[in-house]
Design a protein around this ligand. Structure first.
Ligand SMILES: Cc1cc2nc3c(=O)[nH]c(=O)nc-3n(C[C@H](O)[C@H](O)[C@H](O)COP(=O)(O)OP(=O)(O)OC[C@H]3O[C@@H](n4cnc5c(N)ncnc54)[C@H](O)[C@@H]3O)c2cc1C
Length: 373
C-alpha cells in the first residue's frame, strides 16, 4: 500500500504513457480500471455521478444519454453573471443543479477544504465530472494502469542511471550552502513559499490528510470497491480506501485507510482562492528572477502551487527538461507525432502554465475537483 494515499495512474497523453512504460520489462504496469462509489442517502452509488447515481438518488428513471442530457439541462441553474460563476457553489449548481450539489458536493467540499463552496474559487467545481451514460469507471482516459510490482520498484528503475545519485532524508535547506558553486542548475521541487521564506511575503495555504489505517484479520473484503466516498455529514472522514481490491489480491487480512482532511501536516492540496492566487503570483515573480540569476528552476506541484495528477507532473517535468536543456524533445521519446494526436483526443482543458517558466502545454489538467475522488 502507499503511505500517501491511493495513487491511480491515468492519462490520455501518449508520450507520458510511453515514458512510464520504458521499464516495462522490470517494473510492469498493468491495466486497472478504477471504480468508486459514494455512500449517498444510505445507498452505495457510482461516483462520478452517472445515470445510475441520479436514478438511485433522486428517484428518476433516466435510460439514455439523451434523457440524461435533457434532465441535466432542466436542473442546471445558470450563474448570476453569464459565463462567469462567482464561486464554487454557483459553478456546481450551474453544472449539476441544486439537489446533486447539496447531496454530493456541498458537504464533501466543506469536509475537504474546511471552507464552504461559496468561499472557494469557481474552478474547484468547474470540472465536476458528470457522465451522461452508465459508465461506472472513475476515469475515462485511454490509459489507466497501476505498477504491478509497486511504485517503489518503478522509481528504482527510473533512478537506475549513471547520471543519477540519490540522497534520501536530506533537507535541501540544510545542505544548500555546501552545494553552492557545485551545481550548475538546481531543480527545486519543494514548497515555493519555503524557498522564499526570507521574503516575508507569508505562507501559502494547503490542505493535508490524516490517514488512519486499520488491519482487519480473517476477513474477505471490508467494502465493495477499493474506494468508497463519504460525501455526507454522517462521518468526518472523506473516504475509505481498501488496498486489497487493487489487482484483487488474496489474503486473510485486509487493510482499510480512512482519510480525514486537515489543515496541519504535509502540504497536499493548494487552497484555491483569490488570496492564495495573489500571493503565489508574487512568489512567481521571485522565482523568475531566481531562475534568471541563479539557474534555479521551480518544478512540480509544490513549487508551482498547483494540484497536478501524476501524468501532468511527468508531462510538465519532461517539458521542463527540454526547455532547460534547449532541446526540442527528448531523444528517446518520440513524442511529437503522438502528442499532436493526443491534443486532438483530449477533451479537458489545457494544462495551465504551471511555473514561471514552463511552457504552456496540452494535456489533461488535473483539477482540484479531481481530489473529490
Ligand atoms: C492524497 C493524494 C492522492 C493522490 N492520488 C493521485 C491519483 O490517484 N492519481 C494521480 O495521478 N495523482 C494523484 N495524486 C497526485 C500526485 O501525488 C502528484 O501528481 C505527484 O506527487 C506530483 O509530483 P511532484 O514531483 O510534483 O511532487 P512530489 O511528489 O510532492 O515531489 C516533491 C519532492 O520534493 C521533495 N522535497 C520537498 N521539500 C524538500 C526539501 N526541503 N528538501 C529535500 N527534498 C524536498 C519531497 O520530499 C518530494 O519527494 C495524489 C496526491 C495526493 C496528495
Amino acid at each position: 500500500m502507499n503511505l500517501y494515499g491511493a495513487h491511480l495512474f491515468h492519462t490520455g497523453l501518449e508520450r507520458v504513457y510511453k515514458y512510464i512504460t520504458k521499464w516495462q520489462d522490470k517494473a510492469p504496469w498493468k491495466r486497472y480500471d478504477h471504480e468508486v462509489v459514494g455512500w449517498l442517502d444510505g445507498k452505495l452509488l457510482p461516483i462520478p455521478v452517472n445515470i445510475n447515481t441520479v436514478n438511485g438518488l433522486l428517484e428518476e428513471s433516466i435510460q439514455t444519454p439523451k434523457e440524461m442530457d435533457k434532465w441535466l439541462k432542466s436542473v442546471q441553474i445558470p450563474c448570476k453573471k453569464k459565463d462567469q460563476c462567482a464561486n464554487a457553489e454557483e459553478m456546481a449548481k450551474s453544472r449539476v443543479g441544486k439537489d446533486l450539489f447539496e447531496k454530493v458536493f456541498a458537504t464533501y467540499t466543506k469536509k475537504q477544504w474546511d471552507k464552504k463552496p461559496k468561499e472557494l474559487d469557481a474552478l474547484v467545481t468547474a470540472r465536476i465530472p458528470v457522465r451522461n451514460n452508465f459508465d461506472p469507471r472513475y476515469f475515462s482516459d485511454k490509459y489507466q494502469v497501476l505498477p504491478s510490482k509497486g511504485y517503489t520498484k518503478w522509481f528504482a528503475e527510473v533512478l537506475r542511471h549513471k547520471n543519477i545519485d540519490v540522497v534520501l532524508g536530506a533537507d535541501y535547506f540544510k545542505v544548500r550552502k555546501s552545494l553552492q558553486g557545485r551545481c550548475g542548475k538546481t531543480i527545486f521541487t519543494g514548497p515555493i513559499d519555503r524557498y522564499f521564506q526570507d521574503s516575508k511575503l507569508g505562507k501559502l495555504e494547503y490542505r493535508s490528510i490524516n490517514f488512519e489505517a486499520e488491519l482487519l484479520k480473517n476477513s474477505g473484503y471490508f467494502q465493495t470497491h477499493s474506494v468508497v466516498n463519504y460525501p455526507g455529514p454522517e462521518v468526518d472522514f472523506t473516504r475509505i480506501v481498501e488496498y486489497k481490491h487493487y489487482f484483487h489480491r488474496k489474503s486473510d487480512y485486509t487493510i482499510t485507510v480512512k482519510e480525514y482532511s486537515t489543515d496541519t501536516g504535509d502540504p497536499y492540496y493548494p487552497v484555491p482562492n483569490p488570496k492564495n492566487h495573489e500571493l503565489y503570483e508574487k512568489y512567481q515573480e521571485l522565482a523568475q528572477k531566481e531562475e534568471k540569476e541563479n539557474k534555479v528552476y521551480f518544478v512540480g506541484r509544490l513549487a508551482s502551487y498547483k494540484y497536478f495528477n501524476m501524468d501532468a507532473a511527468i508531462d510538465n517535468a519532461l517539458d521542463m527538461f527540454n526547455q532547460i536543456e534547449g532541446s526540442p524533445s527528448q531523444l528517446d521519446i518520440d513524442d511529437e507525432a503522438e502528442s499532436a494526436d493526443a491534443d486532438k483526443k483530449e477533451t479537458s482543458s489545457a494544462l495551465e502554465k504551471p511555473t514561471a517558466t514552463a511552457p504552456k502545454k496540452k494535456g489533461t489538467a488535473s483539477t482540484v475537483s479531481d481530489s473529490i475522488n
